[in-house]
Ligand binder design. Structure first.
Ligand code: PHE
Length: 451
């Protein structure tokens, strides 16, 4: 086998990992969940989740990848010499695949809305009801979402085809600063041209009474999902890293990801509130509420295009990471050449994408226990697979794997001794305990604690 690909610079690693982390979740989910669940209080809880749980988990995954120099399914065998922990890698790859099956569809929608922003002159004259109708008509259309799905898979496949350094790294180095610049511009514009008080109040006013166990779970799930933890992605990217301080790199990734999520709220809420539009989370926020804002805004077309471009870039750098995790797995574990692996992943994603697309298509809607495939994919990964995967990772790295090797590797990757002392307590005790409590709560064990 040829020499393993590598990222060429630390900036490249950060750009690619932040690219994976910053996605649709940052823009349409985080701000709304924060606004709904205690505003400033939620932000504080979320920040704590990122620092206490997200950062150590990120360091763990990145280190496993860097130590093993191979993708998740092979990594555990390579480190331990047996297959007992391979299931963590398998679960990660499986979760990546499930996330992909709905993420690509929504990613495709962003392209449709860039086109619609232009063709309708930024939705001019349309009311919220009309926009809802347009969105429903489009997302359940039996043709257009499928075309955009194909386009998005093709573009992602092309970046992967160009390789780790020339595709993923170079692409992220251009797309991430661009995304950040657009976000900053939209945020400042919102600040200077709107009456921001109502929007900021909804988003930032701290209400600690809203912080219930359920909200804690949401904060934790969101932190893991947002940092792309427990999907094998960071292990894969870590395997392309040869040097640099693992702690600083992961800290920068966590900070940038959180910053973008935070900024998204400062873009969205002032706009939504000053135009008297009801805020919501998920697709409605991006594809109904924001277009309603653009339709009333002077020069809305520029902002509409920029906003959907922002979403498309955020989605693309995330789909790239999901896709790469699978391609690398097929290549490392089964020895399939990257070109063929790329094709296999593309076709597999297209197949499940079409199935999930059908599940939300008005003509062929099929529900499992009252939920669409789309909702199931989201629920199963965020609420179950990611926490369980995170827990298994902590147990492996904190208890099962030779602790001297763990210590030596972390020192080699630039961790300071004082930091290691905190890190290892978090990995061995704090994080597993919190995840177990969260899971128990999910199964209703602490029902009486709620509210
Ligand atoms: N982190 C991305 C987001 O917040 C989603 C994602 C999850 C991307 C897992 C890749 C892997 O939208």
């Amino acid at each position: 086998m040829g020499k393993r690909s590598q990222f060429s610079s630390n900036f490249g690693v950060i750009a690619a990992a932040v690219g994976s982390a910053v996605g649709l979740g940052n823009i349409w989910k985080f701000p709304y969940v924060a606004g709904q669940n205690g505003g400033g209080a939620f932000l504080l809880v979320y920040l704590l989740c990122v620092l206490v749980m997200g950062l150590p988990a990120l360091i763990t995954e990145m280190s496993i990848g860097r130590m093993a120099q191979t993708s998740p399914v092979s990594a555990f065998k390579k480190l331990t010499g047996n297959n007992h922990w391979t299931f963590i890698g398998v679960m990660g790859v499986l979760s990546s695949f499930i996330v992909m099956s709905f993420y690509f569809i929504v990613a495709g929608w962003t392209l449709e809305y860039i086109c619609q922003s232009i063709s309708t002159l930024s939705f001019s004259g349309m009311t919220s009801d009309e926009l809802t109708e347009i969105f429903d008509e489009f997302s359940t259309n039996s043709f257009r979402p499928y075309i955009w799905l194909v386009v998005f898979i093709a573009v992602t496949g092309l970046v992967i085809y160009m390789g780790v350094q020339k595709g993923i790294e170079k692409g992220s180095k251009v797309m991430m600063p661009l995304l950040f610049a657009i976000m900053l511009y939209l945020m400042l514009h919102a600040f200077f041209t709107n009456d921001v008080s109502e929007g900021y109040e909804f988003y930032l006013k701290a209400d600690f009474s809203k912080i219930t166990p359920t909200v804690l779970i949401q904060a934790l799930g969101q932190a893991f999902f947002s940092l792309s933890i427990a999907l094998g992605i960071i292990i894969t990217y870590g395997s392309y890293v040869k040097e640099g301080n693992v702690v600083t790199t992961c800290l920068q990734i966590s900070i940038l990801d959180t910053l973008v999520a935070f900024m998204a709220g400062l873009v969205i809420f002032p706009a939504v509130f000053s135009y008297g539009i009801e805020p919501s989370a998920g697709p409605e926020l991006a594809f109904v509420a924001m277009p309603a804002v653009f339709s009333q805004m002077g020069g809305g077309i520029v902002f509409a295009i920029l906003f959907f471009l922002l979403l498309a870039l955020a989605a693309l750098t995330s789909t790239i990471s999901l896709y790469e995790a699978l391609v690398a797995m097929l290549n490392d574990t089964f020895g399939i050449k990257r070109g063929l692996a790329n094709l296999i992943v593309g076709l597999a994603v297209l197949t499940v994408g079409i199935i999930v697309c059908n599940s939300i298509n008005g003509h062929s809607i099929f529900l499992i226990c009252g939920k669409t495939c789309f909702d199931w994919c989201d629920l199963i990964t965020t609420n179950y697979l990611l926490p369980i995967g995170g827990l298994a990772l902590m147990i492996f790295f904190g208890w099962v794997y030779d602790q001297k090797k763990v210590h030596d590797a972390l020192m080699e990757f630039g961790m300071k001794e004082w930091f290691y002392k905190i890190y290892i307590v978090l990995v061995r005790f704090i994080i597993p305990i919190i995840i177990i409590l969260v899971m128990l709560n999910q199964f209703g064990i602490f029902e009486n604690l709620k509210n």
